[in-house]
Write a protein that binds this ligand. Structure first.
Ligand SMILES: NC(=O)c1ccc[n+]([C@@H]2O[C@H](COP(=O)([O-])OP(=O)(O)OC[C@H]3O[C@@H](n4cnc5c(N)ncnc54)[C@H](O)[C@@H]3O)[C@@H](O)[C@H]2O)c1
Length: 247
């Protein structure tokens, strides 16, 4: 599928990977529907896309209403990138000096499942419905994570990201008949605000454990998303972009 002239909806586009993907797709000639909770970040990213000569609109409404408005505004929806995500790390059971001092609270589990798994489900469902109704080919990209393999301290996040990988395969099978391809990207540790919020000593340790000895750049994920959109035989796959790291 060509990118030029197509409409790409990106969630979590106010900063980080979403912002990098928005700018790269604008460079490649896409019009952008940008979704985030952070109005200031969203406006700044939209401005930078417009500066590249493309149309960029921002949305902060509830998911189904946002998809309705995007289709009304642009008259089309070619790609949807479900990128919004949060971290709320915590050990399943916390033990100090041999005594249990805490457990992962249900609310902490649920917050991550709501945004990182249920959010992806709702966005995928709404995007597929609109694409089928519009009758044009579509491309859905879900953002999973290296943590889908099971990362220490990330019960909630790992479970959600593993779920996102599974949804990707299910949808690729269900939606191919409507000419909608579905893929995911599982990034390793990429230099965004999300990763910067981790403790410096943990970050250092992480970089040392990556075969290429560095964190990834947001541009490397943006380029992967562009490759997926432009390459019509890529379907039902989770592309691992992690410098060779294995958990
Ligand atoms: N950065 C990494 O190393 C890395 C690695 C693997 C996977 N990922 C995944 O990539 C995606 C983007 O990560 P990032 O590093 O850019 O994160 P980030 O925290 O820098 O940006 C995430 C954006 O999503 C927005 N957001 C959060 N909840 C939202 C909601 N309910 N609705 C709309 N927007 C919402 C935030 O406001 C923020 O602008 C996430 O799904 C994350 O899990 C990131």
């Amino acid at each position: 599928m060509q990118i030029k002239g197509n409409t790409v909806l990106i969630t979590g586009a106010g900063r980080g990977l979403g912002a990098a993907m928005a700018r790269r797709f604008a460079e490649l000639g896409a019009d952008l529907a940008l979704v985030d909770l952070d109005a200031a970040g969203l406006d700044a990213v939209a401005q930078s896309c417009r500066a590249l000569g493309r149309r960029a609109e921002t949305y902060r409404a509830q998911i189904s209403a946002t998809f309705d408005r995007v289709v009304a505004d642009f008259g089309r929806l070619d790609c949807m990138i479900a990128n919004a995500g949060i971290l709320r790390d915590g050990l399943l059971v916390k033990v100090k000096d041999g005594a249990v001092v805490g457990k992962l609270p249900l609310a902490q589990w649920q917050a991550v499942i709501d945004v990182n798994l249920t959010g992806v489900f709702l966005c995928g469902r709404e995007a597929a419905e609109r694409m089928i109704k519009l009758g044009n080919p579509g491309c859905i990209i879900n953002i999973s994570s290296l943590s889908r393999a099971g990362n220490f301290g990330q019960s909630n996040y790992s479970a959600a990201k593993a779920g996102v990988s599974a949804l990707t395969v299910v949808w690729s099978k269900e939606l191919a008949r409507y000419h909608i391809r579905v893929n995911a990207i599982a990034p390793g540790f990429i230099k965004t605000e999300m990763v910067a919020s981790m403790k410096p000593e943990i970050l250092e340790k992480m970089a040392a454990g990556i075969p290429v000895q560095r964190l990834g750049e947001p541009s490397e994920i943006a380029e992967t998303a562009a490759f997926i959109v432009q390459t019509d035989y890529v379907n039902g796959r989770v592309l691992e972009i992690d410098g060779g790291q294995r958990l």
